[in-house]
Ligand binder design. Sequence first.
Ligand code: GLA
Length: 398
Amino acid sequence: MSNQGLNVDLTMGTTPNLSEAYFSSGEASPASRFTVVSPGRVNLIGEHTDYNEGVVLPMAIEPHIRIEVTARRDRQMVLRTVWEGEPLVAVDLERPLCAADYHGVWTAYPCGVLACFQRLGWEVPGFEARISATLPAGGGLSSSAALEVGFATVVEALCGRQLPPAEKALLAQRAEHEFAGVPCGIMDPFAVTFGRAGHAMLLDCRTQALRYVRLATETISVVIVHSGVKHRLADGEYAKRRAECASAARLLGVDSLRDVSPARWKERQETLPLLERSRARHVLTEHQRTLEFVEALEAGNWEVAGERMYGSHRSLSEDYEVSCGELDLLVGLARGIPGVFGCRMTGGGFGGCVVALVSADRTAAVGEALRKGYKEATGLEPAVVVTRAADGAHVAFG
Ligand code: GLA
């Protein structure tokens, strides 16, 4: 194992202005009636590396959250969803919004974002928002970042100004930390902000350098299967993993696991308690696997890319202990299906989804075989999603 691959070229790709068509002059007149489309994301590889300042390879996906907005003349934010039984919520934007008022409720996401804009001194006008989604909540496909970045995009359009995209993503992360109580990394809001159709994104979570990696959709496809097990990151296991990594870094004498050189790892790994040793081993090998996956993807070497995915899953399951029986089952099933190059759990873990890299001409057959196999073994009907990489959150009129 080594992390020498870190000197792989991570030169900053162009950071697109995501609403370029509308905000071409940087400033625009405030919009009063518009729709924001904000995608979910799937992470192809690089799991639990973002908060260790490593690299990740997510892509934005077609399932998304849709926010239809109409400006109001007062300072009320009125939120409605299309879900039955969900009451309408009205929030006074004149008052500073406070995290304690939104503990454990979905409005924590929009209100967290609005609170961050309040702190920046933005005077956000009142508006009504109608929210619908093709993205499942709690599926590990980043519905929370989709809501947060989506609402940040709503605020930008209402105010007729924009934050630099990376700042917008970091604002969404702050909202998640403070209002949803999840100490997440930067991967999800960056994926939702910077998504580009047809591409995955190699993001260096230390420098925030971003390189787009084209996905050869004529040859490969991405199949996501939802285990039906709800994943919950606020329950504490996620925070625990972060703390264990911080403890491992301390014991290894570095600020972040990103700084552990192969020589130091070789020399010091035996001195670590077992728990810290296996957590650090996952992070260091995952970082390396991600770089190798990208190299294989760019060379069209699907078998090697697929093996890195299986390796990632094993490491997440055994060393990092964030998988569960249902996810392991899906990955095991995938291994036996012709046309699957690789498969792994994706996202924070403890339920949610697996992602598979599949030969494009076998996409439908693979989806069906996974559905059938999972149903036979568990009695549960999994949701199978075939998706291309999509654009990041943006304003669409009409
Ligand atoms: C969640 C977090 C991310 C990342 C992943 C694990 O999705 O929001 O920041 O840490 O888990 O890779």
